[in-house]
Design a protein around this ligand. Structure first.
Ligand code: GAR
Length: 203
């Protein structure tokens, strides 16, 4: 069994899609806790409504001092480096190197672009403004960099001539909601083999 911790900062729609997926499918993933970096995050209410314990870590600490608080909560809920998976779902803080090393290759992130294009914030807008014809979303393992870890899976989304930045973002989000649960399931079935930067899916 994989014990899942989800870190959020805002709306929590990816978190919600993961939790709904885990409710509707037979998997060996047990959602244990949702931790928010913001007390007013919409996702906190959504997690509570779905019956998952929620915690807020909104203190003014930085780096590992902040992340130590995350580790103590994760461990309290039995999300450990041996049995756990930590999913970042719209979590808008950089994890410290110490945290990344502790949960090495057991932290995933979803990002709304085809990495390595358009890392960082407002990626849908950056892609739209750049004029790309295809964008999408990426699920990757988290390393010490910004949106830079080994890529697990990507979904393409075409940019239509009729798109606004908002309609494009919405279609990317729909694909995010499919891709993230799929990657978590692969992880829980031990189907992801990391070889350097390459993640091989052994179906
Ligand atoms: C999602 O689009 C996610 O890909 C993005 O934030 C949004 C969170 O929405 N993450 C990043 O940009 C990380 N670099 P949600 O809170 O509704 O899941």
């Amino acid at each position: 069994m994989i014990n899942l911790g989800i870190l959020i900062s805002g709306r929590g729609s990816n978190m919600e899609s993961i939790l709904n997926f885990l409710k509707s499918e037979v998997t060996s993933v047990c959602p244990k806790v949702v931790i928010s970096s913001k007390s007013e995050a919409e996702g906190v209410k959504k997690a509570s409504a779905l019956g998952i314990p929620t915690m807020i870590v909104s203190m003014e600490l930085k780096g590992w001092d902040y992340d130590k608080e995350l580790v103590s909560i994760l461990q309290k809920y039995d999300v450990n480096p041996e049995n756990g998976l930590v999913c970042l779902a719209g979590y808008m803080r950089l994890l410290s190197p110490e945290f990344v090393v502790k949960y090495k290759m057991r932290i995933m992130n979803i990002h709304p672009s085809l990495l390595p294009s358009f890392p960082g914030l407002n990626s849908q807008k950056k892609a739209y403004d750049y004029g790309v014809k295809v964008t999408g979303c990426t699920v990757h393992f988290v390393d010490e960099g910004l949106d830079s870890g080994p890529i697990i899976a990507q979904k393409q989304v075409p940019v239509l001539d009729s798109d606004t930045y908002e309609t494009l973002s919405e279609r990317i989000l729909q694909q995010e909601h499919i891709l993230y649960p799929y990657c978590i399931k692969l992880f829980s079935e031990d189907k992801l083999v990391v070889k350097g930067r390459r993640v091989i899916v052994t179906l």
